[in-house]
Design a protein around this ligand. Structure first.
Ligand code: IMP
Length: 421
């Protein structure tokens, strides 16, 4: 496959950054296609940890062209801060059609959350309000942002509108002049990278270049196919790539679904596979399950194959990449969720109504665990018998072959079982 999508199959944080970084070694282009700095991708290379929020995961490789496509919402301040931390040369193209996240978006994100009886648990980064403005056709595109006069006019108009709203929530009013003075500096820093990235991507395709499309979040957080309303405001599915980048659907060759060997979730909403108590806290500590963006402890659950089958259906998955397998070492017995019990029936899909999903009880199968440390394993054959059986069962239940598994945070602890890219 020459053009593949790296998709999160669960509720985000599956290790997409690590898998993208690994596959990026063979890529010419890495393209982020949705979300903003609500995402947090951790890439560990030679023992050094890099936290990326907005920048594509190929940014640490000076030979790769990184693209931030039109489907993204970009916070210019966060962009400039993040880019300044990259000390090696990089190649970057930012879409002139991406939307800009401005200070009132994050304020409104907090305001909306503060009055909700059932909070979503957003990252407060203003992602929902920025996408809302895009849909309402009042948002600011990057092309406007980098044009000083148009930026000023549009900003004044928006601040007037947003201050009325902020006032109604009892929030402080914003000063458009102060925002303008600060953000004009960011606009100047962004400008050299801005272009029509659809043209860039289509040219790369015409030149037969290898492209990795990097999703943020996971399919269960998709605005359309996720566990609504506990979702983000964009679509991480592989099917959203053409729209969010400006390429034809048939130019995408396939998708690799990244799944943890168990399940995690940050924020609110039902999670049928959830584990509580000591085992959950042991897994949380061993897997370092704390949000890269907000530092929040992640909720922990068993591997849930109903979720993976849902992702396979709504997004398309050619292969799986299983991460954090090493975290399960030392657990006597492992559970895998195979279906749900709902209103007296066994189902293997996710109900659309969130209260129905909350009422689902997991049906599980039990698998024997393994005690060996697997962090130095370099091939499937070297895995302990029970770890092999666990991966085989996962493949069988979901019906998607595993191409990659990983046994630790470093790039070198990633094992490719099938050569897919
Ligand atoms: P928002 O994207 O900030 O609007 O948050 C909506 C929901 O998506 C919340 O439950 C967040 O915790 C979750 N979320 C957003 N980005 C990520 C991510 O990168 N990983 C995991 N969860 C995320």
């Amino acid at each position: 496959m020459k053009r593949i999508v790296v998709v999160g199959t669960q509720w985000g944080d599956e290790g997409k950054g690590k898998i993208t970084d690994y596959l990026a070694q063979r890529a010419d282009v890495v393209c982020r296609y949705q979300g903003g700095n609500n995402a947090g991708h951790t890439v560990v290379f030679n023992g050094q940890k890099h936290s990326l929020h907005l920048l594509p995961s190929g940014i640490l490789n000076p030979d790769i062209l990184n693209v931030m496509a039109n489907g993204m919402v970009i916070n210019p301040k966060a962009f400039v801060e993040e880019a300044s931390k990259i000390k090696t040369p990089f190649k970057l193209a930012i879409s002139n059609r991406a939307h800009v996240v401005l200070p009132f978006h994050s304020e409104l994100d907090k305001a909306y959350e503060s009055t909700k009886a059932h909070k979503i648990g957003t990252t407060h980064k203003g992602i929902g309000p920025a996408y809302t403005d895009k849909s309402a056709r009042i948002g600011m595109r990057v092309s406007t942002f980098i044009h000083p006069i148009r930026f000023k006019e549009k900003l004044e108009e928006l601040v007037l509108l947003k201050n009325e709203e902020l006032l109604s929530y009892g929030f402080n009013l914003l000063d458009s002049k102060a925002i303008y003075d600060e953000y004009l500096i960011y606009a100047k820093e962004m400008k050299p990278y801005v272009c029509d990235t659809s043209i860039v991507l289509n040219e790369a395709i015409n030149e037969d270049k290898k492209i990795l499309f990097e999703g943020a979040q996971g399919v269960l957080l998709c605005l359309d196919h996720g566990t609504y309303p506990y979702v983000t405001s964009s679509s991480p599915t592989a099917s959203s790539v053409p729209l969010n980048t400006g390429i034809a659907p048939w130019l995408v060759d396939g998708a690799i679904g990244v799944t943890k060997a168990y399940t995690t979730r940050v924020g609110e909403g039902p999670m049928p596979s959830e584990i509580l108590g000591e085992l959950a806290s042991n897994i949380r500590i061993k897997g370092n399950e704390f949000g890269t963006t907000t530092g929040r402890p992640r909720r922990i659950g068993w591997l849930d194959t109903v979720i993976l089958k849902h992702t396979k259906r709504v997004s398309g998955l050619s292969y799986l990449a299983v991460t954090l397998l090493d975290v399960l070492s030392g657990i006597d017995e492992l559970n895998i969720v195979t279906s749900y019990q709902f209103e007296g029936e066994e189902i293997d899909y996710i109900p659309a109504e969130i209260d129905d999903f909350a009422a689902c009880k997991p049906n599980i199968i039990k698998m024997p665990g393994w005690t060996e440390d697997i962090t130095q394993v370099t091939s499937f054959d070297e895995l302990p018998k029970h770890a092999k059986a666990y991966l085989k069962k996962l493949e069988e239940l979901v019906g998607v072959p595993i191409a990659i598994f990983s046994v630790g945070p470093d790039r070198n602890q990633t094992i490719m079982v099938k050569d897919i890219f």
